[in-house]
Design a protein around this ligand. Structure first.
Ligand code: LLP
Length: 415
């Protein structure tokens, strides 16, 4: 579904003009479509209906409490990577029995918090982490359910910064070492082995790397079964890539069909940890043009959102479509869409064909995932507000920061 579409010559989110959102809440603002989030989750639920599965939304993609609460109410589980994300999920009403805890560097304090909540599963990434978990569980009189993250050494064919399944990455246990780790885990009194997981990368738009990864993992599942270690689930990590530039991406029904028979034959359940595909397309960053500046044959639209608000273009060279909220009936020119920060990396888009004047509003599309959560206060810029839209009604789900909040915890040095 496209929750962001033109009606009567202006861009709407669901039934509300984005112009009205800017009037009400100011800019820059992240704007999310409730219907779009629900539809994205439902698309997974429909496609995987024939496979026993649990969808654990990857909280890192967008951890706003309203987003988490909306998903929790649909029965989603959650994939977390920190004690902070655990606290958010609990505050949003998430079920601890549906939480997976991923990440290479879980601290003792984080593990204790998760054990106290009896979360569904720890996705363990190394032998030392397993030992730490066993010891902490023993001290608390608990038994930790565990899946081992194995690195299947497959090429996810995505950006190197977000590719995680190759041998040289810091993630997971090397494929060849996994059997030994499972054998050791079997003898730990406070560990219960329930699964095997991998995450080969993000923004993957081809099915074959997932199938390759699954087939590698199944070799291990079968070997473990032969040794009497019967696992209950396979976790194939993050969700499918999204169409930032209209590119083809993975069809969920084909994904489900490709994995279902092998899982069914082994009585394995499936876990997925989608983030981007649930929330990415459901959000935009709304920004206003401060100045139009023409120098040396180049035209710049200097907008009020910057790399601190949306880091993906600066960090990954990522492309986000940028659309005028109220398109003008004038000839387009080629614009560099840039922010006010003193860095050349501070851009939202290069070479965009648009007709723009100061004061115009722009929507930076597909900004719902890894947008607000990666924003910072660089240049002492308060972070943007977040707004949730349901049909024609809008609600602030995170208030814009104030400058006073930014240095409230700072102190002058006594000397
Ligand atoms: N599970 C694990 C263990 C992960 O590391 C990730 C993402 C996910 C699930 C969710 O993957 P998704 O469904 O969103 O593809 N900041 C980057 C993306 C980093 C992704 C890191 N891991 C970006 O803006 O593209």
């Amino acid at each position: 579904m496209n929750a962001f579409a033109y009606q009567h010559g202006e861009l709407h989110v669901e039934d509300l003009p984005l112009r009205v959102i800017a009037q009400r809440f100011g800019t820059p603002a992240y704007v999310y479509s409730r219907a779009s989030i629900l539809e994205n989750l439902a698309a997974y639920q429909r496609a995987f209906a024939g496979v026993p599965h649990l969808l654990c939304y990857s909280v890192k993609a967008n951890s706003n409490l309203a987003v988490l609460n909306l998903l929790a109410r649909q029965g989603a589980g959650f994939d977390i990577v920190s004690g902070g994300e655990l606290a958010r999920v609990l505050a949003a009403g998430g079920d601890p029995g549906k939480i997976l805890f991923s990440g290479v560097g879980k601290s003792e304090a984080e593990i204790r918090l998760a054990l106290a909540q009896d979360i569904h599963c720890f996705n363990v990434e190394s032998a030392p982490e397993l030992e730490r978990l066993d010891a902490l569980a023993a001290a608390m009189g608990r038994r930790a359910r565990v899946s081992l993250r194995v690195n299947p050494d497959v090429d996810a064919k995505t950006h190197p910064y977000i590719s995680t399944g190759l041998r040289e990455n810091k993630f997971g246990v090397p494929f060849g070492a996994a059997l030994e780790v499972y054998r050791a885990a079997r003898n730990m009194a406070h560990i219960e082995l329930i699964g095997l997981d991998c995450h080969i990368g993000s923004q993957i738009t081809e099915l074959s790397p997932y199938v390759d990864a699954m087939n590698r993992l199944l070799l291990l599942v079968d070997r473990l079964a032969a040794e009497g270690i019967a696992l209950r689930h396979l976790d194939l990590g993050g969700g499918v890539g999204i169409a930032y530039q209209g590119e083809a991406t993975i069809d969920l029904a084909r994904y489900a069909a490709a994995v279902a028979p092998a899982l069914a034959a082994r009585g394995l359940g499936l876990m997925l940890e989608p983030g981007r595909s649930i929330i990415g397309g459901a959000g935009i960053l709304l920004t206003r043009v401060e100045y139009v500046k023409r120098v040396e044959g180049r035209s710049f639209a200097i907008v009020d959102a910057a790399m601190n608000d949306l880091m993906r273009p600066a960090l990954y060279g990522a492309y986000h479509a940028i659309e005028p909220v109220c398109p003008r009936a004038e000839a387009n020119e080629t614009f560099q869409i840039v922010g006010p920060i003193c860095e050349s990396a501070d851009f939202l888009g290069h070479d965009r064909e648009l007709a723009l004047h100061a004061g115009d509003l722009l929507a930076v599309r597909d900004a719902g995932a890894y947008g607000f959560v990666m924003s910072s206060n660089y240049n002492t810029r308060p972070r943007a507000c977040e707004v949730m839209v349901n049909a024609a009604s809008s609600q602030i789900v995170r208030e814009r920061e104030t400058v006073a909040q930014l240095f409230a915890g700072e102190h002058l040095s006594a000397d």
